[in-house]
Write a protein that binds this ligand. Sequence first.
Ligand code: 13P
Length: 330
Amino acid sequence: MKNLKNIAQAMVSPGKGILAADESTPTCTKRFTALKIESTESSRNRYRSMLLSANNLNQYISGVILFDETFYQNMIDTSQTIPQYLKSKNILTGIKVDTGAKSLAKHPGEKITEGLDNLRERLQKYHMEGADFAKWRAVITINKNIPSDTCMHANAHALARYASLCQENSIVPIVEPEVLMEGNHNINTCYEVTDKILKIVFQELKLLKVDLEAMVLKPNMVLSGLENNEKISEDTVAKMTYDVLNKNVPKEVPGIAFLSGGQSSDLATQRLNNLNKLYGNEKSWNLTFSYGRGLQQDALLNWATGNTKKAQEALIYRAKMNQHASLGKL
Ligand code: 13P
C-alpha cells in the first residue's frame, strides 16, 4: 500500500492539523446568508481562495478537506487548480466523498450517510487529479430512545466500506463518526454513545480489512448536549474524552483529529490543549484538530466585512493556537 501510511502520519504530524473547508454548497450558503454574503460559485471560490492563500498556512496545516466544487476550481484569478496550488505549498489535498446524511428509513430522527454508489470510480478520478485523502462523515443523534443499534451499525458499516475502498485506490480515509452535540443529553450519555459507536466502527473496519495504520479517526469530544446546563469541569471533559478513545482506538491508528462540532473556537482550542497537556505522555496516537467552524468562524466574520487581510490573520491566529494546543503548549 504505497505511501498511505506516510500520508496518514503527515496528516497528524506533531504541531500540524487539518483545515476542514468542505462545507457542502447548502451548508456554505447557510453560513454566508447568515452574514448577508451572496453564495455563488464565484463567491465561494473567492472565500476558499482567501483561506488557502493565508500567509504561511502550511506551518500549521498539513491538509485541507475540499468539497467537490472547490476541488475542480482554480485559485481565484490564476490558472492553477486548487489541488495544484495546495501541492505547491506542501499541503495535502482532501476530498469529501460522502453525499450527505439522509433520513434512515423506518427510523425517525436518525440519519444514514450515503455515497457508496460508484465510489470506486469517483475515488480513482479524485486520486488521478491530486487527492491524497478523503473524508466521510456519519452523524449519530442522541434523543429519547435514539440512537438505535440499527443506525449505529448501518453507519459504521458504510464508514468501513468507504475506508476500504479509499485504501484500495491509494487514498487515506478520514473516518468520522460524529456524535452530535445538539440536544439536552448529559455528558454520561455522550460518553456511552461515543463508546458504543467507536466499538462498532472498529469492528467493522476490521471486518472490511481496513489498514489501521493508513487512516485517521475524526471523532467528537465527549461533551454534554448544547441544551444541557450541567456544570462539568474541563478536566472531566478531557478525562472522559481520553478514556473513551483509549478504550476503543487501537494504537496502530497514527492520529486522531477532532471535529469542532459547534463548540466556540476558543473552547475547541482549550479542550484540545487540555487533552494533550494531561495525557500527552501516555497516549499512543497524535491528538490534533480537523476543525471547520473552529478554524474558520473568525475568518468568515472578517471576510463578511470585506477585510481580507484581517480574515487571513484571523485564520492564521486560530491555526497557530491550535498548533500549540496539539502540542499541549498553551
Ligand atoms: P466542524 O469542525 O465545524 O464540526 O466541521 C468539521 C467537519 O469536517 C465536519 O464534518
